[in-house]
Design a protein around this ligand. Sequence first.
Ligand SMILES: NC(=O)c1ccc[n+]([C@@H]2O[C@H](COP(=O)([O-])OP(=O)(O)OC[C@H]3O[C@@H](n4cnc5c(N)ncnc54)[C@H](O)[C@@H]3O)[C@@H](O)[C@H]2O)c1
Ligand SMILES: O=C(O)C[C@H](O)C(=O)O
Length: 333
Amino acid sequence: MAKEPVRVLVTGAAGQIGYALVPMIARGVMLGADQPVILHMLDIPPAAEALNGVKMELVDAAFPLLKGCVVATTDVVEACTGVNIAVMVGGFPRKEGMERKDVMSKNVSIYKSQASALEQHAAPNCKVLVVANPANTNALILKEFAPSIPAKNITCLTRLDHNRALGQISEKLNVQVSDVKNVIIWGNHSSTQYPDVNHATVKTPSAEKPVRELVKDDAWLNGEFITTVQQRGAAIIKARKLSSALSAASAACDHIRDWVLGTPEGTWVSMGVYSDGLYNAPAGVIYSFPVTCRNGEWTIVQGLVIDEFSRKKLDLTGAELTEEKELAYSCLS
Ligand SMILES: NC(=O)c1ccc[n+]([C@@H]2O[C@H](COP(=O)([O-])OP(=O)(O)OC[C@H]3O[C@@H](n4cnc5c(N)ncnc54)[C@H](O)[C@@H]3O)[C@@H](O)[C@H]2O)c1
Ligand SMILES: O=C(O)C[C@H](O)C(=O)O
């Protein structure tokens, strides 16, 4: 019997990530090749015409999984009504001459009002993924202003950073990226994030071997590898004159797919989730941890040994998140 369609909201759908993401969702990349979807797309009034163009293209692509009428709207209530999954890509970008506080203030007000709309109109147990930057703090504001949505349902995207780390290791060792697993992104989706390979392994014909044993270059792993992953977003902007879009859209699909359908046995992924202080991360911020997913719920991988080098890096990115939280709260008052 055909499955019931799942309603998926994409905000900022007329933007460049939205344009890459909606066809992936409609092709089953996010929820599976047998899962029908109803797409809800939200953008702001100046982007209404472009949004309608995206809707026209979705119709023209004749995706078999796309059910019902695509909702393309500038009305946040219409967009949020009945959605099971919300991918929050819309936000206010930093413009020339703007201070960090100005950008934070715009995004705090967007995420505060969209939190209320989701809380009141989304389907019960709606899962939320925040992509728009500052992703961790936007997700925290959304959580604070949607108190009836369980905190465990509100996450932010660090899977792109996770995938970037896998990609760097696979290039260094000249192995398939699918044979590399269990890297970790700790903390903020920013240049203070800590890409950690201390527990990562590579599948070889004889056994799974630690990345450190195979790379045999701790100076590279503790230096250039980390900065390359931390700075990858900036490198893409420099090269494309636009921020990453296809890789961000693909990572958003990976994040939701693993959350809903489960992570493979023995594999963990990185997700920005509400911290209650595990691994001595600051409590009360959205912090990226290694997680496994089963039955639609994530669980932080516990008991990993954190060495002194890593400890400093976990603390540094945690301190930045605490600072961002304070800045966000100062914008509310
Ligand atoms: N977390 C990550 O890994 C990651 C990776 C790449 C980009 N990003 C972030 O994702 C966001 C989107 O990137 P993009 O390249 O698609 O940007 P974009 O500017 O192309 O698109 C953003 C869209 O959001 C819309 N928008 C603005 N305010 C809105 C609101 N209140 N409600 C609904 N829509 C609104 C805009 O009109 C625009 O169409 C940015 O904040 C970017 O920094 C995050
Ligand atoms: O939009 C950005 O600033 C970069 C983006 O978050 C990325 O990681 O590619």
